[in-house]
Design a protein around this ligand. Structure first.
Ligand code: RFL
Ligand code: PHB
Length: 388
Protein backbone atom coordinates (compact mmCIF):
# COMPACT_ATOMS: atom_id res chain seq x y z
CA UNK A 1 0.00 0.00 0.00
CA UNK A 2 1.19 3.53 -0.72
CA UNK A 3 -0.07 6.91 0.57
CA UNK A 4 1.08 10.47 1.17
CA UNK A 5 0.53 10.70 4.94
CA UNK A 6 0.55 7.60 7.14
CA UNK A 7 -1.35 8.41 10.33
CA UNK A 8 -0.56 6.27 13.38
CA UNK A 9 -3.46 6.21 15.85
CA UNK A 10 -7.21 6.39 15.25
CA UNK A 11 -8.15 8.46 18.31
CA UNK A 12 -9.63 11.93 17.90
CA UNK A 13 -6.34 13.42 16.59
CA UNK A 14 -5.77 10.80 13.91
CA UNK A 15 -9.40 10.72 12.74
CA UNK A 16 -9.69 14.51 12.52
CA UNK A 17 -6.41 14.77 10.63
CA UNK A 18 -7.54 12.13 8.16
CA UNK A 19 -10.82 14.00 7.48
CA UNK A 20 -9.10 17.36 6.99
CA UNK A 21 -6.35 15.96 4.73
CA UNK A 22 -8.94 14.11 2.67
CA UNK A 23 -10.81 17.37 2.12
CA UNK A 24 -7.59 18.98 0.91
CA UNK A 25 -7.15 16.13 -1.55
CA UNK A 26 -4.14 14.71 0.36
CA UNK A 27 -4.14 10.93 0.36
CA UNK A 28 -3.70 9.36 3.80
CA UNK A 29 -4.26 6.20 5.80
CA UNK A 30 -4.95 5.77 9.53
CA UNK A 31 -3.46 2.71 11.27
CA UNK A 32 -4.96 1.88 14.67
CA UNK A 33 -3.87 -1.07 16.78
CA UNK A 34 -7.16 -1.45 18.68
CA UNK A 35 -10.58 -2.41 17.35
CA UNK A 36 -13.12 0.20 16.28
CA UNK A 37 -15.40 -0.78 19.19
CA UNK A 38 -12.58 -0.33 21.71
CA UNK A 39 -11.67 3.14 20.39
CA UNK A 40 -15.30 4.30 20.42
CA UNK A 41 -15.95 2.98 23.94
CA UNK A 42 -13.05 4.86 25.54
CA UNK A 43 -14.74 7.47 27.74
CA UNK A 44 -11.91 9.89 28.66
CA UNK A 45 -12.48 13.60 27.87
CA UNK A 46 -15.77 15.31 28.55
CA UNK A 47 -15.40 18.98 27.88
CA UNK A 48 -14.55 20.93 24.75
CA UNK A 49 -13.58 24.57 24.93
CA UNK A 50 -14.85 27.44 22.81
CA UNK A 51 -12.03 27.26 20.26
CA UNK A 52 -12.54 23.52 19.63
CA UNK A 53 -16.30 23.82 19.22
CA UNK A 54 -15.91 26.82 16.88
CA UNK A 55 -13.43 24.87 14.74
CA UNK A 56 -15.55 21.70 14.61
CA UNK A 57 -18.55 23.83 13.61
CA UNK A 58 -16.60 25.58 10.90
CA UNK A 59 -15.45 22.19 9.60
CA UNK A 60 -19.08 20.98 9.47
CA UNK A 61 -18.40 18.34 12.12
CA UNK A 62 -20.57 19.68 14.94
CA UNK A 63 -24.10 18.61 13.92
CA UNK A 64 -24.61 16.11 16.76
CA UNK A 65 -22.44 18.13 19.14
CA UNK A 66 -24.74 21.14 18.66
CA UNK A 67 -27.79 18.96 19.30
CA UNK A 68 -26.55 16.90 22.23
CA UNK A 69 -23.68 18.91 23.76
CA UNK A 70 -24.38 20.51 27.13
CA UNK A 71 -23.43 24.20 27.05
CA UNK A 72 -21.32 25.39 29.98
CA UNK A 73 -21.71 29.14 30.26
CA UNK A 74 -20.59 29.08 33.85
CA UNK A 75 -18.97 26.80 36.43
CA UNK A 76 -19.47 26.32 40.14
CA UNK A 77 -16.51 26.67 42.46
CA UNK A 78 -16.79 25.39 46.02
CA UNK A 79 -14.41 26.36 48.76
CA UNK A 80 -14.81 27.14 52.48
CA UNK A 81 -18.22 25.37 52.27
CA UNK A 82 -19.63 27.97 49.90
CA UNK A 83 -20.50 27.73 46.21
CA UNK A 84 -19.79 30.56 43.84
CA UNK A 85 -21.02 30.47 40.24
CA UNK A 86 -18.40 31.85 37.92
CA UNK A 87 -19.97 33.38 34.85
CA UNK A 88 -17.51 32.08 32.25
CA UNK A 89 -19.29 33.79 29.39
CA UNK A 90 -19.42 37.25 30.95
CA UNK A 91 -15.90 37.11 32.38
CA UNK A 92 -14.19 35.72 29.28
CA UNK A 93 -15.71 38.15 26.81
CA UNK A 94 -18.43 35.86 25.46
CA UNK A 95 -16.76 32.42 25.46
CA UNK A 96 -18.07 29.17 26.91
CA UNK A 97 -17.41 25.42 26.95
CA UNK A 98 -19.49 22.39 25.97
CA UNK A 99 -19.73 19.01 27.64
CA UNK A 100 -19.59 16.38 24.91
CA UNK A 101 -17.99 13.00 25.61
CA UNK A 102 -14.87 12.00 23.71
CA UNK A 103 -16.54 8.73 22.71
CA UNK A 104 -19.38 10.69 21.05
CA UNK A 105 -16.87 12.87 19.20
CA UNK A 106 -14.91 9.79 18.12
CA UNK A 107 -18.13 8.27 16.69
CA UNK A 108 -18.92 11.50 14.81
CA UNK A 109 -15.41 11.65 13.33
CA UNK A 110 -15.49 7.96 12.35
CA UNK A 111 -18.84 8.49 10.59
CA UNK A 112 -17.60 11.62 8.79
CA UNK A 113 -14.53 9.73 7.61
CA UNK A 114 -16.64 6.80 6.41
CA UNK A 115 -18.88 9.23 4.51
CA UNK A 116 -15.82 10.33 2.53
CA UNK A 117 -15.09 6.71 1.67
CA UNK A 118 -12.13 6.26 4.04
CA UNK A 119 -11.72 3.91 6.90
CA UNK A 120 -8.89 3.39 9.40
CA UNK A 121 -7.15 0.02 9.41
CA UNK A 122 -8.16 -1.33 12.84
CA UNK A 123 -6.25 -4.13 14.56
CA UNK A 124 -2.93 -3.05 12.98
CA UNK A 125 -0.58 -4.73 15.47
CA UNK A 126 3.11 -4.31 16.09
CA UNK A 127 3.49 -1.14 14.02
CA UNK A 128 7.13 -0.42 13.18
CA UNK A 129 8.36 2.85 11.78
CA UNK A 130 11.51 3.34 9.72
CA UNK A 131 14.15 6.01 10.30
CA UNK A 132 12.53 9.50 10.50
CA UNK A 133 14.75 10.78 7.68
CA UNK A 134 13.96 7.89 5.31
CA UNK A 135 12.14 8.65 2.07
CA UNK A 136 9.76 7.06 1.45
CA UNK A 137 8.92 6.11 5.00
CA UNK A 138 8.06 2.45 5.43
CA UNK A 139 5.57 1.44 8.12
CA UNK A 140 5.15 -2.27 8.74
CA UNK A 141 2.39 -3.91 10.79
CA UNK A 142 0.61 -7.19 11.31
CA UNK A 143 -3.10 -7.72 10.80
CA UNK A 144 -4.98 -11.01 11.08
CA UNK A 145 -1.66 -12.83 11.18
CA UNK A 146 -0.36 -11.34 7.88
CA UNK A 147 2.50 -8.83 7.52
CA UNK A 148 1.66 -5.51 5.79
CA UNK A 149 3.69 -2.61 4.56
CA UNK A 150 2.61 1.02 4.05
CA UNK A 151 4.88 3.29 2.05
CA UNK A 152 4.34 7.00 2.74
CA UNK A 153 6.01 10.38 2.29
CA UNK A 154 5.14 11.59 5.78
CA UNK A 155 4.14 10.06 9.09
CA UNK A 156 1.79 11.79 11.54
CA UNK A 157 2.20 10.31 15.03
CA UNK A 158 -1.29 10.62 16.56
CA UNK A 159 -0.79 7.55 18.72
CA UNK A 160 -1.15 9.09 22.16
CA UNK A 161 1.18 9.01 25.15
CA UNK A 162 2.26 5.36 24.80
CA UNK A 163 2.57 4.88 21.05
CA UNK A 164 5.85 4.47 19.12
CA UNK A 165 5.95 7.91 17.41
CA UNK A 166 6.81 9.91 20.55
CA UNK A 167 9.83 7.63 21.13
CA UNK A 168 10.93 7.75 17.50
CA UNK A 169 10.99 11.55 17.45
CA UNK A 170 12.31 12.16 20.98
CA UNK A 171 14.28 9.02 21.81
CA UNK A 172 13.43 6.80 24.78
CA UNK A 173 13.00 9.04 27.84
CA UNK A 174 13.20 12.25 25.74
CA UNK A 175 10.98 15.24 26.55
CA UNK A 176 10.14 16.85 29.90
CA UNK A 177 7.75 15.24 32.31
CA UNK A 178 6.60 15.64 35.87
CA UNK A 179 4.29 13.58 38.03
CA UNK A 180 2.12 15.08 40.76
CA UNK A 181 2.05 13.51 44.24
CA UNK A 182 -1.63 12.50 43.95
CA UNK A 183 -4.02 10.75 41.53
CA UNK A 184 -7.71 10.95 40.68
CA UNK A 185 -10.26 8.23 41.14
CA UNK A 186 -13.03 8.74 38.59
CA UNK A 187 -16.49 7.24 38.40
CA UNK A 188 -19.05 7.16 35.60
CA UNK A 189 -22.51 6.54 37.06
CA UNK A 190 -26.22 6.66 36.37
CA UNK A 191 -26.64 9.66 38.64
CA UNK A 192 -28.28 12.94 37.58
CA UNK A 193 -25.80 15.86 37.75
CA UNK A 194 -25.94 18.02 40.92
CA UNK A 195 -26.00 21.08 38.65
CA UNK A 196 -26.27 21.65 34.89
CA UNK A 197 -22.79 23.23 35.13
CA UNK A 198 -19.54 21.60 36.29
CA UNK A 199 -18.68 21.86 39.97
CA UNK A 200 -15.02 22.06 41.01
CA UNK A 201 -14.35 21.90 44.76
CA UNK A 202 -11.37 22.58 46.96
CA UNK A 203 -11.53 20.85 50.33
CA UNK A 204 -8.69 20.35 52.81
CA UNK A 205 -9.30 16.57 52.31
CA UNK A 206 -8.78 16.99 48.56
CA UNK A 207 -10.15 18.13 45.23
CA UNK A 208 -13.55 17.02 43.87
CA UNK A 209 -15.10 17.48 40.44
CA UNK A 210 -18.66 16.81 39.38
CA UNK A 211 -19.02 16.66 35.60
CA UNK A 212 -21.60 14.86 33.48
CA UNK A 213 -22.31 13.22 30.14
CA UNK A 214 -26.10 13.78 30.04
CA UNK A 215 -29.08 14.70 32.27
CA UNK A 216 -28.90 11.24 33.80
CA UNK A 217 -25.20 10.30 33.70
CA UNK A 218 -22.50 11.90 35.84
CA UNK A 219 -18.73 11.77 35.59
CA UNK A 220 -17.20 12.50 38.97
CA UNK A 221 -13.63 12.60 40.23
CA UNK A 222 -11.87 12.78 43.60
CA UNK A 223 -8.26 13.52 44.42
CA UNK A 224 -6.74 10.42 46.03
CA UNK A 225 -3.35 8.96 46.96
CA UNK A 226 -0.73 8.83 44.19
CA UNK A 227 -0.55 5.03 44.30
CA UNK A 228 -4.19 4.25 45.14
CA UNK A 229 -5.78 1.42 43.15
CA UNK A 230 -9.36 1.23 41.88
CA UNK A 231 -10.09 -1.55 44.45
CA UNK A 232 -9.25 0.90 47.27
CA UNK A 233 -12.33 2.92 46.32
CA UNK A 234 -15.58 1.03 46.94
CA UNK A 235 -18.71 2.83 45.73
CA UNK A 236 -19.65 3.61 49.36
CA UNK A 237 -16.26 5.12 50.13
CA UNK A 238 -16.32 7.18 46.91
CA UNK A 239 -19.79 8.68 47.46
CA UNK A 240 -19.36 9.40 51.15
CA UNK A 241 -16.04 11.13 50.43
CA UNK A 242 -17.72 13.09 47.62
CA UNK A 243 -20.43 14.21 50.05
CA UNK A 244 -17.84 15.33 52.62
CA UNK A 245 -15.89 17.32 50.06
CA UNK A 246 -18.96 18.96 48.46
CA UNK A 247 -20.63 19.68 51.81
CA UNK A 248 -24.02 18.66 53.23
CA UNK A 249 -25.99 21.25 51.25
CA UNK A 250 -25.17 19.53 47.92
CA UNK A 251 -27.85 16.90 47.58
CA UNK A 252 -27.50 13.74 45.47
CA UNK A 253 -28.48 10.08 45.48
CA UNK A 254 -25.80 7.98 43.81
CA UNK A 255 -26.92 5.65 41.04
CA UNK A 256 -25.29 2.58 39.50
CA UNK A 257 -21.54 2.90 38.86
CA UNK A 258 -20.77 1.79 35.28
CA UNK A 259 -17.04 2.53 35.17
CA UNK A 260 -14.29 3.33 37.66
CA UNK A 261 -10.85 4.54 36.65
CA UNK A 262 -7.61 5.77 38.17
CA UNK A 263 -5.93 8.78 36.60
CA UNK A 264 -2.25 9.36 37.38
CA UNK A 265 -1.68 13.08 37.34
CA UNK A 266 1.26 14.09 35.21
CA UNK A 267 2.43 16.42 32.50
CA UNK A 268 4.68 15.77 29.51
CA UNK A 269 5.94 17.95 26.68
CA UNK A 270 8.13 16.55 23.92
CA UNK A 271 11.48 18.15 23.14
CA UNK A 272 10.57 17.95 19.46
CA UNK A 273 7.31 17.46 17.63
CA UNK A 274 8.96 16.91 14.27
CA UNK A 275 11.97 15.02 13.01
CA UNK A 276 12.55 14.53 9.30
CA UNK A 277 9.26 13.41 7.78
CA UNK A 278 7.64 12.45 11.08
CA UNK A 279 5.42 14.88 13.02
CA UNK A 280 3.62 14.43 16.35
CA UNK A 281 0.17 15.74 17.28
CA UNK A 282 -2.12 15.54 20.32
CA UNK A 283 -1.20 13.35 23.28
CA UNK A 284 1.77 11.92 21.35
CA UNK A 285 3.44 15.32 21.73
CA UNK A 286 2.12 16.44 25.10
CA UNK A 287 -0.10 15.36 27.95
CA UNK A 288 -1.52 17.58 30.68
CA UNK A 289 -3.11 16.79 34.04
CA UNK A 290 -6.87 16.77 33.27
CA UNK A 291 -7.83 19.40 35.91
CA UNK A 292 -8.38 22.17 33.34
CA UNK A 293 -9.86 19.87 30.63
CA UNK A 294 -7.25 20.91 28.07
CA UNK A 295 -5.80 17.70 26.52
CA UNK A 296 -8.28 17.10 23.72
CA UNK A 297 -8.52 20.81 23.03
CA UNK A 298 -4.76 21.03 22.53
CA UNK A 299 -5.00 18.00 20.23
CA UNK A 300 -7.71 19.65 18.10
CA UNK A 301 -5.65 22.86 17.87
CA UNK A 302 -2.63 20.80 16.72
CA UNK A 303 -4.59 19.05 14.01
CA UNK A 304 -6.15 22.23 12.76
CA UNK A 305 -2.67 23.69 12.26
CA UNK A 306 -1.03 20.50 11.04
CA UNK A 307 -3.52 19.99 8.22
CA UNK A 308 -2.89 23.58 7.11
CA UNK A 309 0.89 22.95 7.25
CA UNK A 310 0.54 19.90 5.00
CA UNK A 311 -1.40 22.10 2.56
CA UNK A 312 1.35 24.73 2.57
CA UNK A 313 4.04 22.10 2.12
CA UNK A 314 2.39 20.07 -0.61
CA UNK A 315 0.62 22.79 -2.61
CA UNK A 316 2.77 25.86 -1.99
CA UNK A 317 6.15 24.16 -1.61
CA UNK A 318 6.73 25.68 1.82
CA UNK A 319 9.55 23.40 3.00
CA UNK A 320 9.55 24.90 6.50
CA UNK A 321 5.81 24.25 7.06
CA UNK A 322 6.18 21.17 9.30
CA UNK A 323 8.99 22.70 11.38
CA UNK A 324 6.88 25.81 11.77
CA UNK A 325 3.90 23.70 12.93
CA UNK A 326 6.08 21.87 15.45
CA UNK A 327 7.42 25.08 16.95
CA UNK A 328 3.94 26.60 17.36
CA UNK A 329 2.53 23.34 18.75
CA UNK A 330 5.24 23.19 21.43
CA UNK A 331 4.57 26.77 22.46
CA UNK A 332 0.84 26.03 22.71
CA UNK A 333 1.54 22.83 24.66
CA UNK A 334 3.59 24.72 27.25
CA UNK A 335 0.87 27.38 27.56
CA UNK A 336 -1.74 24.61 28.07
CA UNK A 337 0.58 22.91 30.53
CA UNK A 338 1.07 26.13 32.50
CA UNK A 339 -2.67 26.71 32.86
CA UNK A 340 -3.37 23.07 33.70
CA UNK A 341 -0.74 23.11 36.46
CA UNK A 342 -2.01 26.43 37.77
CA UNK A 343 -5.54 25.07 38.04
CA UNK A 344 -4.30 21.79 39.52
CA UNK A 345 -2.27 23.64 42.13
CA UNK A 346 -5.14 25.96 42.97
CA UNK A 347 -7.68 23.20 43.64
CA UNK A 348 -5.74 20.21 45.05
CA UNK A 349 -5.01 19.79 48.73
CA UNK A 350 -1.44 19.15 49.86
CA UNK A 351 -1.18 15.35 50.30
CA UNK A 352 0.55 15.96 53.63
CA UNK A 353 -2.65 17.58 54.93
CA UNK A 354 -0.43 20.42 56.19
CA UNK A 355 -2.85 23.11 57.49
CA UNK A 356 -0.38 25.91 56.72
CA UNK A 357 -0.29 24.95 53.02
CA UNK A 358 -4.03 24.39 52.97
CA UNK A 359 -4.64 27.90 54.34
CA UNK A 360 -2.32 29.34 51.71
CA UNK A 361 -4.41 27.64 49.01
CA UNK A 362 -7.69 28.86 50.47
CA UNK A 363 -6.30 32.39 50.61
CA UNK A 364 -5.18 32.20 46.96
CA UNK A 365 -8.71 31.10 46.04
CA UNK A 366 -10.16 34.03 48.06
CA UNK A 367 -7.89 36.40 46.14
CA UNK A 368 -8.77 34.94 42.73
CA UNK A 369 -12.48 35.04 43.45
CA UNK A 370 -12.31 38.62 44.72
CA UNK A 371 -10.43 39.95 41.72
CA UNK A 372 -12.42 40.55 38.51
CA UNK A 373 -9.13 40.98 36.59
CA UNK A 374 -7.66 37.68 37.79
CA UNK A 375 -10.97 35.89 37.27
CA UNK A 376 -11.28 37.24 33.76
CA UNK A 377 -7.80 35.93 32.85
CA UNK A 378 -8.69 32.58 34.41
CA UNK A 379 -11.97 32.36 32.46
CA UNK A 380 -10.28 33.33 29.18
CA UNK A 381 -7.72 30.55 29.63
CA UNK A 382 -10.31 27.99 30.73
CA UNK A 383 -12.66 28.63 27.79
CA UNK A 384 -9.86 28.79 25.22
CA UNK A 385 -10.71 32.41 24.42
CA UNK A 386 -7.16 33.25 23.33
CA UNK A 387 -7.07 30.36 20.86
CA UNK A 388 -10.49 31.11 19.31
P1 RFL B 1 -5.55 9.21 22.17
O1 RFL B 1 -6.97 9.51 22.45
O2 RFL B 1 -4.72 8.59 23.22
O3 RFL B 1 -5.51 8.33 20.85
C1 RFL B 1 -4.34 7.68 20.44
C2 RFL B 1 -4.73 6.51 19.57
O4 RFL B 1 -3.54 5.83 19.14
C3 RFL B 1 -3.71 4.44 19.31
N1 RFL B 1 -2.38 3.81 19.47
C4 RFL B 1 -1.79 3.09 18.51
N2 RFL B 1 -2.18 2.77 17.26
C5 RFL B 1 -1.35 2.00 16.54
N3 RFL B 1 -0.17 1.50 17.01
C6 RFL B 1 0.24 1.78 18.26
N4 RFL B 1 1.39 1.27 18.73
C7 RFL B 1 -0.58 2.62 19.07
N5 RFL B 1 -0.48 3.10 20.34
C8 RFL B 1 -1.57 3.82 20.56
C9 RFL B 1 -4.59 4.32 20.55
O5 RFL B 1 -5.27 3.05 20.61
C10 RFL B 1 -5.54 5.49 20.34
O6 RFL B 1 -6.68 5.11 19.60
O7 RFL B 1 -4.76 10.54 21.71
P2 RFL B 1 -5.32 11.79 20.88
O8 RFL B 1 -6.09 11.33 19.67
O9 RFL B 1 -4.18 12.71 20.69
O10 RFL B 1 -6.43 12.48 21.82
C11 RFL B 1 -6.05 13.07 23.05
C12 RFL B 1 -7.18 12.93 24.08
O11 RFL B 1 -7.57 11.58 24.14
C13 RFL B 1 -6.76 13.41 25.47
O12 RFL B 1 -5.98 14.57 25.39
C14 RFL B 1 -7.97 13.72 26.36
O13 RFL B 1 -8.72 12.55 26.65
C15 RFL B 1 -7.54 14.41 27.68
N6 RFL B 1 -8.67 14.67 28.58
C16 RFL B 1 -9.46 15.77 28.41
N7 RFL B 1 -9.22 16.64 27.41
C17 RFL B 1 -10.07 17.68 27.19
O14 RFL B 1 -9.81 18.49 26.28
N8 RFL B 1 -11.20 17.86 27.97
C18 RFL B 1 -11.50 17.02 28.99
O15 RFL B 1 -12.54 17.17 29.63
C19 RFL B 1 -10.61 15.95 29.28
N9 RFL B 1 -10.88 15.10 30.28
C20 RFL B 1 -8.93 13.80 29.64
C21 RFL B 1 -10.06 14.05 30.49
C22 RFL B 1 -8.12 12.69 29.91
C23 RFL B 1 -8.41 11.87 30.98
N10 RFL B 1 -7.58 10.74 31.22
C24 RFL B 1 -8.06 9.44 31.29
C25 RFL B 1 -6.15 10.94 31.14
C26 RFL B 1 -10.35 13.23 31.56
C27 RFL B 1 -9.51 12.15 31.83
C28 RFL B 1 -9.84 11.31 33.02
C1 PHB C 1 -14.88 15.27 32.30
O1 PHB C 1 -16.08 15.52 32.08
O2 PHB C 1 -14.43 14.12 32.18
C2 PHB C 1 -13.98 16.37 32.76
C3 PHB C 1 -14.47 17.67 32.82
C4 PHB C 1 -13.64 18.68 33.26
C5 PHB C 1 -12.34 18.41 33.65
C6 PHB C 1 -11.85 17.10 33.56
C7 PHB C 1 -12.67 16.07 33.13
O3 PHB C 1 -11.56 19.41 34.11
Amino acid sequence: MRTTVGIIGGGPSGLLLSILLDRLGIDNQVLEHRSRAHVQRRVRAGQLDHASVAFLRQAGLAGRLDRLGLPQRGMNLRWRDQTRRIDLEALSGGHSCTVYGQSALTCDLTNALAASGRSPVYGAEDIRLSDPESEPHIITYRKDGAEHRLECRFVAGCDGAHGPARRLVNGAGGGSSKRLPFSWVGVLSETPPVSPELTYAYHPRGFALWSMRSDTVSRTYLQCGAEDQAEDWSDDRFWSEMQRRLGPDVDFSPGKVTERLMVRMQGYVADRMQLGNVVLAGDAGHTVPPSAAKGLNLAIADIRELSESFRKLLFEGRQDALADYAQKALKRAWAGQAFSWQMTDLLHAPPSGDPFESNLKLTRLDTLLASPEQLSLFCRDYTGAEAA
